[in-house]
Design a protein around this ligand. Structure first.
Ligand SMILES: O=P(O)(O)O[C@H]1O[C@H](CO)[C@@H](O)[C@H]1O
Ligand SMILES: O=c1cc[nH]c(=O)[nH]1
Length: 243
């Protein structure tokens, strides 16, 4: 099979074990934890690198912002032979007790984005793979990093006029945080037979201005960079445990 049109790699280049993230530069930071790193492609929002983690080949791929481009990446990674996919993302908290740089592990996600609904009605659940979840939690417990484990919500815009009331609603239902890709990856991944999980680094306090939060993260605020590093290590460990 020839090169995929968006991720710009061919099947022989992609590992069965994959980390995805929104931001292309995060691919470089995650790949810094790998050995023998190779840049595979850098096309649109999709940057892909390969490297070894304790001897296991890992592909790291950025997916851009939002469900549509994340789904394109996931579909093309699947066509290239990916089997296990962990998202290392960022999120905004929906609970007051989640500090900046603390991690949210998604057991399941509210499907408030349009991408996955193009595949299947929203009654279909968006659940993480339990083996990957086990691996993520095992790493965090062993290394003494407390995390918030539960529900997240994925959405298509945080600039809506009714954003505050939407966040309040899901917060009251116990949802921990919001991102834009987790539910699409869990849903489409499940439909395609992929094993998928998502671990999110909190970059916006609940009821903080989203622009301020994301800007601080972009400006490499230490606490949030530490959260990203721990999330990356937990994802690598979970992938490494899989066959
Ligand atoms: O940091 P990433 O992985 O891109 O995740 C979050 O950040 C972006 C919004 O700022 C969205 O993609 C959202 O899901
Ligand atoms: O509040 C936030 C921050 C990052 N990403 C989101 O989707 N929401």
């Amino acid at each position: 099979m020839s090169k995929q049109p968006h991720i710009a790699v061919s099947p022989q280049q992609v590992a069965e074990h994959v980390i995805v993230c929104g931001e292309p530069d995060r691919v470089n930071r995650i790949s810094a934890l790998l050995e023998q790193v190779e840049l595979l492609a850098d096309n649109r929002e999709f940057r892909l690198m390969n490297g070894l983690y304790q001897g296991k080949l890992i592909t790291v791929c950025s997916t851009g912002v939002g469900a549509p481009s994340a789904i394109i990446a996931l579909e093309e990674l699947n066509l290239c032979g990916a089997k296990y996919v962990v998202r290392v993302g960022s999120a905004g908290a929906l609970q007051h007790d989640i500090a900046l740089g603390e991690l949210i592990v998604a057991e399941a996600a509210v499907r408030d984005e349009g991408g996955s609904k193009a595949y299947v009605a929203s009654e279909f659940p968006a659940c993480a793979n339990r083996h990957l979840l086990f691996g993520i939690e095992a790493y965090l417990v062993e290394n003494n990093y407390p995390a918030h484990v539960g529900l997240v919500r994925s959405h298509d815009s945080f600039y809506r006029d009714d954003e505050d009331s939407i966040c309040q609603l899901w917060s009251q239902k116990g949802v921990l945080g919001a991102d834009m890709e987790t539910s699409a990856l869990l849903t489409v991944g499940r439909l395609r037979g992929l094993k998928v999980a998502s671990i999110l680094n909190n970059v916006v306090l609940y009821q903080q201005d989203v622009q301020d939060g994301v800007n601080q993260y972009v400006n490499a605020d230490n606490v949030m960079m530490q959260g990203e590093l721990v999330a990356s290590r937990a994802a690598l460990h979970a992938l490494w445990l899989q066959p």
